[in-house]
Design a protein. Sequence first.
Length: 121
Amino acid sequence: MLLQPEFIRTDKRGRLIQLTSGLWEQINILEIKKGKSMGGHYHKETHEFFYVISGHVNVFIYRKGDKDNREFEAKAGECFTIGVDEYHYIEGLKASKLVVILSKKYNAQNPDIHTGGLDAM
């Protein structure tokens, strides 16, 4: 599901758009080539916030036992979240660049990245 900004302030100098707030520990830039997919995993502890800088992507989010799975497109200027226990992947409809903000910093010794699809959850 696409999200609306939390706050927008406009004056003669320009505009400030607050996309999200709260405790976020890591910020990444994700680049996806047209026709390629990234993701194919879920997290047990980490929430992710995505902001599409440029391009156009298809987003697929599934929860085991959930009949209301989400599939949607996101374009430049739009944002969305992926929660805990949501198996997800993102496909580039165009070459795309996204900001990805994680609630928990990646730990190589104990990564919160789980694969195997819905059956592994």
